[in-house]
Design a protein around this ligand. Structure first.
Ligand code: GLY
Length: 333
């Protein structure tokens, strides 16, 4: 049976992607690379896509690209805008704290070579996306956590500062009265900026930064800084990023899944829809009280987005236009 037909048949008969992947040898991996390069045509650049209504972050990233900068510089600079935006209560300074009142940040970044850097549970440092980049570029490691990450940041010139703003402290004090921990589906509770960009050379990079779930347990880390969860980039295929309840993204390795589906020929839109399907179609899964949203871009510059519930949107900079677009979603009842 020809490989393409097998893949088609496998997906129709419900065989999982894992089974499909494991069925092939390294010889097939070579074939896979050839397939990827056959479908590659030059995308319209610059292109930037980011979760939620993040026009300034996307505009900043687009400017980097328009000035000839790399996709890596673009996603870093774009994410820094949201990290410094004190109004946003889900990323960087102004992020809502954990249940003990500490703001802890998670971030990761991937370049077009497939390199990855991440920091998890970092206090007192605003631009964790830049710390993640330093981990990727200046250490032999891919992840630093908590105090170690903070010390590394400070030793690299990052400034220690209080990330808990008066507004976030007030919200936390109000929450403490009942201390109810319920992830709520609405736009105010959105979290995480995930951003993907394609530069003038057609190279793709991605970044993801968050303060995580509001009032999370101390020490809790979600999907955002985890490779394949909150972010995955394969420069031959495309990239994907996630927002929403990190536990559900991690259990399905959502961003990696989307990129692998694109590798098998799915469009970014189809891939995002299948990844949401992996969550909501689990037997007995009650998805009414949590949200997950994905964005994706392929090497040709086609984009996709899909969420479980309404209210997820994304910003797309393409053909010189920066637009906020409402995502399609699963739960239409
Ligand atoms: N998606 C962000 C988090 O769950 O922490």
């Amino acid at each position: 049976m020809k490989r393409r037909n097998f893949i088609k048949k496998a997906s129709v008969t419900g065989l999982g992607l894992v089974a499909v992947s494991s069925a092939f040898t390294s010889c097939d991996e070579t074939l896979e690379k050839k397939e990827a390069s056959i479908v590659t045509s030059k995308p319209t650049t610059p292109l930037v896509i980011a979760t939620w209504d993040t026009p300034l972050a996307v505009e900043t990233a687009a400017k980097v690209l328009q000035n000839g900068g790399s996709a890596l510089d673009a996603v870093e600079q774009g994410c820094r805008i949201e990290e410094a935006n004190e109004e946003g209560q889900s990323v960087g300074k102004g992020g809502l704290p954990d249940r003990e009142g500490d703001v802890t940040l998670d971030a990761c970044i991937m370049n077009d070579k497939g390199d990855y850097g991440a920091v998890l549970g970092v206090k007192n440092i605003m631009h964790v996306i830049s710390v993640a980049r330093k981990v990727m570029e200046d250490t032999p490691h891919v992840m630093l956590v908590a105090e170690g990450a903070e010390k590394f940041a400070v030793s690299n010139g990052f400034k220690r500062e209080n990330l808990l703003t008066a507004a976030a402290k007030k919200a936390w004090e109000a929450w403490k009265i009942k201390s109810e921990y319920k992830p709520i589906i609405n736009i105010e509770n959105h979290d995480t900026i995930g951003m993907l960009a394609i530069d003038k050379n057609g190279n793709i990079s991605g970044a993801c930064t968050t303060s995580g779930l509001a009032y999370k347990m101390a020490g809790r880390v979600g999907d955002s800084p985890i490779i394949g969860g909150g972010l995955f980039v394969d420069n031959e295929i495309g990239g994907a990023s996630a927002t929403g309840l990190g536990e559900e993204v991690l259990k399905t390795v959502g961003s990696f899944l989307i990129v692998e589906l694109m590798r098998q020929g799915k469009s970014p839109q189809e891939a995002c829809e299948i990844a949401i399907g992996r969550i909501v179609n689990k037997p007995g899964k009650d998805f009414k009280n949590f949200q997950v949203g994905y964005i994706a871009v392929n090497k040709q510059g086609e984009t996709g987005a899909y969420s479980i519930h309404e209210w997820f949107s994304y910003n797309l900079f393409k053909d010189g236009d920066n637009k906020n677009i409402k995502s399609d979603y699963f739960n239409k009842v």
